[in-house]
Design a protein around this ligand. Structure first.
Ligand code: GUN
Length: 289
């Protein structure tokens, strides 16, 4: 048996089309164009690619896209001043400061300075609290993408056993909150959990977000499980570099019922969810449902 391979690229395109449709309705009703501001400090090549793609997709959705590229030696004060300016700008409904920031900057202080109502990453402690108390506007984009895929495939998750491998603030912890909200029974595992294979074998849903290349093997899976692979790891094979996830795809595809590939699985969902959060922030800021 071989698993269904979940096409994240196609699903993300569907989400973007929904956002574009709802954005057009919002603009018709309010005369307001949602604005997404992205701040990039320095010139990390991967971040530049992300930011460029965010800009292109934001415009395609009907948003105003504002990009601020600050030099690598930007001071904490200057970055906080930029965030304060965007907090106060009525044309801006969503603010994203691209991570990672250069080492001399305090990322937590910067993320905490973004006004929670424009925090399209959902990283501000107020939004973390809103997520756990069941009343979120912005939900961290990668777990939101995972949860939309699960809803599409499985509907309500009542009666399902899920395992989240990884406990980061960006993916693991918010993923757990979303699975609980969808009525799954959730195990949180991580690099220090003993007997990870046995924990995994109990799960109908496996979310791998631990940052270890090809950690989860096919024989760790319950037959028919749905496997969401959030990992993006670069491995060298001979003289080639290859992108792989946290799941050993070749063996997992034999046991799983459905699986997201890397690349082309969860990755494309992230920007689609960022657009969804931006529209949600614009709607909430202007009292629209
Ligand atoms: N860098 C890589 N992914 C992300 C993301 O989702 N949000 C932010 N702010 N930075 C990132």
């Amino acid at each position: 048996m071989s698993a269904d391979i979940i096409d994240g690229k196609a699903f993300a395109a569907t989400i973007r089309a929904e956002v574009a449709r709802d954005t057009a309705l919002f603009r018709e009703k309010t005369g307001i164009r949602p604005g997404l501001a992205v701040v990039l400090v320095g010139n990390d090549p991967a971040s530049e690619v992300y930011v460029r793609n965010k800009g292109i997709q934001a415009k395609e959705a009907g948003f105003a896209s504002l990009e601020y590229k600050l030099p690598a030696d930007t001071t904490q004060e200057a970055l906080l001043a930029k965030v304060a300016e965007l907090n106060a700008d009525p044309q801006v409904h969503g603010i994203l400061v691209q991570l990672p920031l250069p080492k001399h900057l305090d990322a937590d202080a910067v993320l905490n300075a973004i006004t929670p109502d424009k925090d399209v990453d959902g990283f501000h402690p107020v939004n973390v609290g809103r997520l756990w108390t069941g009343n979120p506007v912005s939900i961290p984009c990668t777990p939101l993408g995972c949860s939309l895929i699960l809803r599409d495939r499985l509907g309500d998750l009542a009666g399902k056993r899920a395992i989240v491998i990884g406990r980061s603030n960006i993916v693991g912890k918010p993923m757990v909150a979303l699975l609980l909200a969808a009525n799954a029974t959730v195990t949180i595992a991580h690099s220090r959990s003993p007997d990870l294979p046995a924990l995994c074998r109990e799960a109908d849903i496996v979310v791998a977000a631990v940052g270890k290349a090809q950690l989860v093997k096919g024989d760790w899976l319950k037959p028919g499980a749905i496997v969401l692979d959030v990992g993006i790891n670069r491995i060298t094979e001979g003289d080639k570099i290859r992108l792989v996830g946290d799941v050993d795809f070749a063996s997992a595809v034999e046991t799983a019922g459905a699986i997201t590939p890397v690349p082309g699985g969860i990755g494309p969902m992230t920007i689609a969810c960022l657009l969804r959060n931006t529209l949600a922030c614009a709607q909430a800021l202007h009292g629209q449902p």
